[in-house]
Design a protein around this ligand. Sequence first.
Ligand SMILES: Nc1ncnc2c1ncn2[C@@H]1O[C@H](COP(=O)(O)OP(=O)(O)OP(=O)(O)O)[C@@H](O)[C@H]1O
Length: 253
Amino acid sequence: MIEFKNVSKVYPNGVTALKNIDLTINQGEFVAIIGLSGAGKSTLIRTINKMHPITDGSLTVNDIDVSQLKGKELRRFRRDIGMIFQSFNLVNRAKVITNVLNALVPDLPAWRNLIGYFTKEEEIFALEQLDRVGILDKAYTRVDQLSGGQQQRVALARTLAQSPKIILADEPVASLDPVTANVVMNDFKRINRDNNISVLINIHHVELALEFCDRIIGIRDGEIVFDGPSDKVDQETLNYIYKGKTEAMEGVS
Ligand SMILES: Nc1ncnc2c1ncn2[C@@H]1O[C@H](COP(=O)(O)OP(=O)(O)OP(=O)(O)O)[C@@H](O)[C@H]1O
């Protein structure tokens, strides 16, 4: 369970990105965070793994006080939390499977990491993760020979190899065409359902959020202005979250 209690975040430059956030996310939820650019979506997601430390209030993940974590404890904590970025963050000149195997590196002795030696079992495990996102056939292809959608699926397979309890995804489909974005959102949904992994996604495509995610959190100027099931989100709700910027929701009924 992820629990925000009266959490605020002020960046060193004085910008208040989150204001008095109270939020509970149970294990296995699939949550979309929506709102205008600059509303605080990224900041919210990134406080959960302490990429951005909170400045006030309390944030716990499975009863662990995130603010208190540092060094080895923080690294161990982050092993349970996968992170997916818009830009994939893969090693482009390496093979797909090498990227997935890299997720195992923190658990391996340094000498094996250095020489890139992996056992047959580890390789099979990595192949299984690629299979889970339907991209097994690309295992021995170099990442820079893949499309954006394929690269995002490799990123997802690499995250799965960490065996995470939570996946945080910051605009994971923003740079993908609509068809590929659907495929990747389907992957998230399947992983969420099959493995009870909590998935939190920042997303600008409202129609995808409503189609795939169970719960919608609307943020405006650092505050939660809507929190409810996706089937309860109507045009009025979206107008409220986006405060009149209705062009963001064209086509949503
Ligand atoms: N590292 C930083 N230092 C200072 N201010 C920041 C930093 N990151 C974000 N901000 C500010 O915090 C506020 C929230 O930004 P955030 O990136 O969380 O919004 P967002 O909703 O994710 O936006 P977008 O949809 O454009 O990614 C904005 O005013 C932004 O300028």
